[in-house]
Design a protein around this ligand. Structure first.
Ligand code: UT7
Length: 342
């Protein structure tokens, strides 16, 4: 039997600085009441000047590795999902690999905007399920505050900074049961970044900022997450009622509520922390997953659906069979890799 890619460690890092809706009222023409009603967001975190996608990723990764009781030196691969990397290249994953002291690990970045973490997780799981690698670190990290137009009230209240990480380990239980990833690049102009780029019409040496058609994305979001979740659940051979917890991309409380409703699941079955952190793109799902664990909402054998949407346009979902985090125990027999890394 092929190894399963169990999640053995979860980590998060939130910068200390809090930006409240009241703070935003001083920057743009908006109000706390409007933001709460339309998005559910109360506050978000903003990275300090000495923080970047890689430094925050390293903090989240350390927490995940500690929980899994894995020495960074034993990692086979580091995957970083980000749309706000330290630089165009090298890969932020290489900076994280070095910062952690993961001397024998390969490293690369994944950019699929808010679908980045799910894409990275699906990729990392393949390395384990094929037997190529045994320990893979997957991180979502974003410093969106540096690529937000602070004069645009349609975006600056949504996007913020965070990092989340998971350790995937070869095991005989737990891990993804199914996943689906989709893309429709015809909607590329609905959510994109101006800035350092090789395409002349969006390249701008002096600034770098997110441009979004919020209404278009809103309509796309609910339908995209619902259809992806249904597809992944069916692919796993399950029914909607079998799902114990939804961990949706934290973009907007109204989108999360509408998606849960469309799936016919009560809102209580969805993990929600968008009120405290806003939309942290690739970091949003791993941070929410860590907090679901902290809140005691993840139990052995639970069927957990991760689902997301965003720039691309892109969308996807994954069904996880939850096995307890932490080191491999007698109850979880390690599966030995059959090829590749050791
Ligand atoms: O990871 C994926 C990222 N993107 C998303 O998830 C974005 C999805 N879209 C959204 O979350 C919502 O579309 C927004 C939160 C961006 C906007 O909410 P909305 O309910 O779609 O508002 P709207 O753009 O339809 O605007 C409604 C009204 C307009 O006024 P009028 O024309 O009705 O008089 C806007 O001018 O609200 C006004 N408005 C604001 N008012 C106060 C727009 N932005 C603001 C604001 N503060 N920040």
């Amino acid at each position: 039997m092929n190894p399963r890619a169990r999640i053995s460690g979860l980590g998060k890092y939130l910068p200390e600085k809090i930006l409240t809706n009241a703070d935003l009222e001083k920057l743009v023409d908006t109000s706390d009441a409007w933001i709460q009603e339309r998005t559910g967001i109360r506050e978000r975190r903003i990275a300090a000047d000495n923080e970047s996608a890689s430094t925050m990723a390293i903090e989240a990764a350390r927490q995940a590795l500690e929980q899994a009781e894995i020495d960074p030196a034993d990692l086979d691969l580091v995957i970083v999902a980000t749309t706000s990397p330290d630089g165009l290249f090298p890969a932020t994953a290489s900076l994280v690999q070095n910062g952690l002291g993961a001397g024998r690990a390969g490293a690369f970045d994944v950019n699929a905007a808010c679908v980045g973490f799910l894409s990275g997780l699906a990729t990392g799981a393949q390395f384990i399920e094929t037997g190529a690698y045994k320990r893979v670190l997957v991180i979502g990290t974003e410093v969106l505050s540096r690529i937000v137009d602070w004069t645009d009230r349609g975006t600056c209240l949504l996007f913020a900074d965070a990092a989340g990480a998971v350790v995937l380990e070869a095991s005989d239980r737990g891990g993804p049961l199914s996943f689906v990833l989709h893309s429709d690049g015809s909607g590329a102009d609905k959510l994109f970044a101006h800035g350092p780029a090789t395409r002349k019409d969006i390249a701008d040496r002096d600034c770098h900022f997110i441009s979004m058609d919020g209404r278009h994305i809103f309509k796309f979001a609910v339908q995209a997450m619902e259809s992806a979740a249904r597809e992944a659940i069916a692919k796993a051979g399950l029914e909607i009622d079998d799902i114990d917890l939804l961990v949706p991309h934290q973009a907007n409380l109204r989108i999360i509520r509408a998606t849960a409703k469309a799936l016919g699941l009560p809102e209580e079955r969805a993990m929600i922390n968008v009120d405290r952190y806003g939309n942290t793109s690739a970091a949003s799902i791993p941070v929410a997953l860590r907090e679901a664990w902290e809140e005691g909402r993840l139990h052995e054998g639970d069927r957990v659906v991760l689902m997301t949407f965003g720039g691309g346009l892109a969308w996807g979902a994954m069904v996880l069979d939850w096995a307890p985090v932490g080191p491999l125990t007698a109850a979880v027999t390690p599966v030995h890799a059959t090829a590749g890394g050791n």
